[in-house]
Design a protein around this ligand. Structure first.
Ligand code: TRP
Length: 337
């Protein structure tokens, strides 16, 4: 039986934090073990350059960091195809053919693009490459015949646009490309972890992240100074667990659901102190992070091995992209000499 392709990518713009981890990793690890599926997991370094062209070091420094993060979290190169976007030149050619099927105004109307233009203050100076990244993302997806795309909700407009490209291409040039479908995370708590300061998003610039690469003491300090319920002044006071990042993290990470439920009720009722909750969260985080840290250390000391893994992955992925490009050229009627 032919395996169904599941593909997703991430822009390398920094190390992974626990928000990334809970949002994607358990899903990836599950798909990796599913023998009816083949997972393609890639580092979208060219896409990261579309809004970091003047700061390429941010991207180049992050590529191996993310590569190591993936491996340290248990992504297994014998099961999952790991690759780096910039190493597959076929993607760029495919992007050019797709670009003819997409209008500038449709790109400008893409809600994710619109939001990012605002966020980055591009105003009337939108880099053409940036505006094109949804087209390149459609190439990423279709080059490997991906059927399922596990992403966060923010990516929905991009997958929608890729589906439009596929539909137009197949209609105009004949049935060639696989129609992709987005799949969203199941666990509500894992969809988006707030920052340690209670801000609704973990973000490097807000300095409110716990990184997979943080050492034990750093994690302890970050947890012990976390924002909780500001109205939970005395231990006896009833506390709020809904807007309390300590409980949101526990909800997303704690495997002992009975204990979590018990703590949650105790806190809400009153009589459970913040320090006790934080100490428990620290313990839960350490159980998750310590094995990752050890693997990370191994790969940091064996960078050649990391590069070799990705070199092999790129080679395998490129074979697929070449085959798809051949079919695309044939469908369009590109001359063969
Ligand atoms: N846009 C994704 C991000 O911001 C990265 C990405 C590039 C991607 N190409 C993709 C995701 C294809 C899924 C499928 O992280």
């Amino acid at each position: 039986m032919e395996k169904e392709i599941v593909l997703t990518g991430m822009r390398p713009t920094g190390k992974l934090h626990i928000g990334h981890y809970v949002g994607v990793m358990p899903r990836f690890l599950k798909i990796q073990e599913d023998t009816s599926k083949q997972l393609y997991l890639f580092i979208a370094d060219m896409q990261a350059l579309t809004d970091n062209a003047k700061n390429p070091v941010k991207v180049s420094n992050s590529v191996l960091e993310v590569a190591i993060d993936y491996l340290s979290c248990g992504i297994d190169p014998t099961k999952t195809t790991l690759f780096i976007q910039s190493q597959i030149p076929e993607l760029t050619e495919i992007t050019m053919y797709y670009a003819n099927l997409v209008t500038v105004s449709r790109l400008q109307r893409n809600p994710t693009i619109k939001e990012e233009i605002k966020l980055r203050n591009f105003q009337n100076s939108i880099p053409a490459g940036f505006l094109m990244y949804p087209v390149s993302q459609a190439a990423d997806i279709t080059a490997f015949n991906a059927k399922y795309i596990p992403v966060g909700e923010d990516q929905a407009p991009l997958i929608e646009q890729a589906r439009e490209v596929v539909e137009d291409f197949n209609r105009i040039y004949g049935e060639t490309l696989v129609m992709p479908k987005m799949i969203l995370p199941e666990n509500e708590a894992a969809k988006r972890l707030p920052g340690t300061d209670g801000h609704n998003k973990m973000s490097k610039s807000l300095n409110n992240c716990i990184y997979l690469s943080d050492d034990s003491e750093t994690v302890r300090k970050k947890v012990m100074s976390m924002y909780t319920d500001p109205n939970h002044i005395r231990v006896e006071d009833p506390g709020d667990t809904k807007n309390n990042p300590v409980f949101i993290y526990l909800d997303a990470l704690c495997k002992d659901r009975e204990k979590f439920q018990e703590m949650k009720e105790h806190y809400e009722r009153g009589g459970l102190g913040d320090v006790a909750c934080k100490k428990y969260l620290y313990q839960v985080l350490e159980e998750l992070l310590e094995p990752i840290r050890q693997k990370r250390k191994y790969y940091e000391d064996h960078l050649d091995e990391v590069k070799e893994i990705y070199r092999k992955g790129c080679l395998a992925a490129r074979e697929n992209a070449k085959e798809t490009l051949k079919r695309i050229r044939k469908a369009i009627g590109i001359i063969e000499l």
